[in-house]
Design a protein around this ligand. Structure first.
Ligand code: KG4
Ligand code: ZN
Length: 339
């Protein structure tokens, strides 16, 4: 079974071909980062228009680069939500239309399910059940993953997502967008002992997160600096990154103890953070837990994770009617409700 995957939920146009026998045949990504950088964040209408311009040429290139003809494709998977509604509708419209033209089934995929399953594209791949730490620009969740579609959110952010906190802190320090990679680069030059920020919600029980207070601590500290030089911002970036990573590790450890699960899967853009990976590996090693990551490129938005999640759902016999929709908000726990 060969599936074309399409991702257009935010500011990356991602396409990929997944084959059940040969694995990933190809993938391509066009990032709109430069387009949005001048505005300091994603401008939804510009994102939709750029997806319109880039998606079909990207699919054509993908098919020719992976020597695949249209009649060799058995299904089309597109991101149906959550995300920016206009951007989602571009992928949904193109995906559905191609499926109709090629007379193959199409399936709308939950973006976060794509992230959740992305590490299954790697070797060794995790097997169900596992605990997932989903850390992206819009979500911070600990998910008990029992099987495909059987997801229980054990804890999540009550305010900003981890990636959002990286982006806002980067903006504050004048680092531009997207903030995660910029903070991570700067933090490498930072001294970890100069500043210390709180590890929010780690003293009380529970698995929820809160990152907006951390952002305020950074703001207060930054404003109090008389000389706002490069080293000061590097030291702040380091203390901020350490606080986020420590908090994520504390909650992962707690969730693993609570569930008794032995595998931890990291997913979402913040999962590309090298210090987070190193920190999680170190504690998991001590606890006898196996940790699984997608390659950094598949932590952030991409078409491969959508092709793969779509393949699993189509292979399980799922299909959907010709009409399609898109959902800017969509709880992962309700994915199977209408099936
Ligand atoms: O999963 P993703 O590509 O998009 C969403 O679904 O939101 O995640 C994007 C987020 C952004 O907030 C970005 O700043 C963050 O992931 N990010 C990082 C790193 N690379 C991307 N955060 C920390 N360290 C990184 N290396
Ligand atoms: Zn994402």
């Amino acid at each position: 079974m060969r599936i074309l995957g399409i991702e257009t939920s935010c500011d990356e146009t991602g396409v990929a071909l997944f084959d059940s026998e040969h694995g990933l045949l190809g993938h391509a990504l066009y990032s709109q980062v430069e387009l949005h950088a001048q505005y300091g964040g994603v401008v939804p209408e510009l994102a939709s228009r750029d997806h319109v311009r880039k998606l079909i040429p990207l699919i054509k290139t993908l098919l020719s680069d992976s020597n695949t003809k249209a009649d060799e494709i058995d299904g089309v998977a597109y991101t149906a939500g959550p995300g920016l509604i206009g951007a989602l509708l571009v992928g949904a419209a193109v995906g559905r239309s191609l499926a109709w033209a090629w007379q193959v089934p199409a399936i709308g995929v939950h973006h976060m399910e794509g992230h959740l399953l992305a590490s299954m594209l790697e070797q060794p791949a995790p097997t169900f059940p596992f605990l997932a730490l989903l850390v992206s620009g819009g979500h911070t969740q600990l998910v008990d993953v029992k099987a495909l579609g059987k997801y229980t959110v054990l804890g999540e952010s009550v305010d900003d997502a981890a990636g959002e906190a990286f982006d806002k802190t980067a903006k504050l320090l004048g680092l531009g967008y997207p903030g995660g990679p910029a903070i991570a680069r700067l933090a490498e030059q930072g001294n970890p002992d100069v500043f210390h920020f709180p590890r929010p919600m780690t003293r009380q029980p529970g698995l929820d997160f809160s990152f907006s207070g951390l952002k305020t601590s950074v703001l207060t500290t930054w404003r109090a600096q008389v000389d706002k030089n490069k080293q000061v911002s590097a030291d702040i970036a380091r203390a901020f990154e350490d606080a986020v990573i420590d908090t994520l590790i504390i909650k992962c450890r707690r969730a693993l103890k609570l569930t008794g699960l032995k595998s931890l899967v990291i997913a979402g853009g913040v999962g590309a953070n090298q210090s987070l990976r190193t920190g999680l590996l170190a504690f998991a090693d001590k606890m006898g837990i196996s940790v699984y990551y997608p390659r950094p490129m598949f932590c952030t938005d991409n078409g491969a994770m959508i092709a793969y999640a779509g393949y699993l759902r189509l292979a399980a016999g799922e299909s959907e009617p010709l009409a399609f929709g898109a959902r800017p908000r969509w709880s992962m726990e309700t994915i199977n409700d209408n099936k």
